[in-house]
Design a protein around this ligand. Structure first.
Ligand code: RP5
Length: 164
């Protein structure tokens, strides 16, 4: 199976990124995480993106906060899909990260999830890899079914409580 790369702009992003790592582990999707910054280590970020495809990656999650240009920089150097994960790391509640990640010019997309939406970034990455992996597609369906059952169980509990 192809791997998922998670690139974060700073190790201070790790508490959010860990949720994506854990979700990918639960789905048995191999992943690698690195700290490369669009501004502090631009050459390392570019080199990673340029070689990601030949190194066995199928999709890259880019987690960054503040002036979050990392997703765009990675996307500039590869045609692999890039999922932007805006991190709430500043006084602007993550709106700065969201806008700097999502507002890409035509031709170079970064598919952006919610601010701190690490689990959805992981699920979306897995859904992309599942296009050519039936076993992974089944694990995603099972996970969705378990989520549905859990919500219905909560509704049942609520109805009992309201009728008591
Ligand atoms: C961004 O700046 C990082 O992705 C992080 O969210 C934010 C703050 O980084 P540190 O100053 O904590 O290293 O580049």
């Amino acid at each position: 199976m192809k791997k998922v790369a998670i690139i974060m702009g700073s190790d201070s992003d790790l508490p959010v990124v860990e949720k994506a790592i854990n979700k990918l582990k639960a789905l048995q999707v191999p992943c690698e995480a690195h700290v490369f910054s669009a501004h502090r280590t631009p050459n390392a970020a570019a080199d990673f993106a340029k070689t990601a495809k030949e190194n066995g990656f199928g999709v890259i999650i880019s987690a960054a906060g503040k002036a979050a240009h990392l997703g765009g920089v990675l996307a500039a150097y590869t045609t692999l899909p890039i999922i932007g994960l805006p991190i709430k790391s500043s006084t602007m509640d993550g709106l700065d990260s969201l806008l700097s990640t999502v507002q890409m010019p035509s031709g170079v997309p970064v598919a952006t999830v919610a601010i701190d939406g690490a689990e959805n970034a992981a699920i979306l990455a897995a859904q992309m890899l599942a296009l050519s992996d039936d076993a992974l597609a089944q694990r995603l369906s099972d996970m969705r079914a378990a989520m549905t059952a859990a919500v219905l169980e909560k509704d049942e509990a609520l109805q009992k409580k309201l009728q008591a």
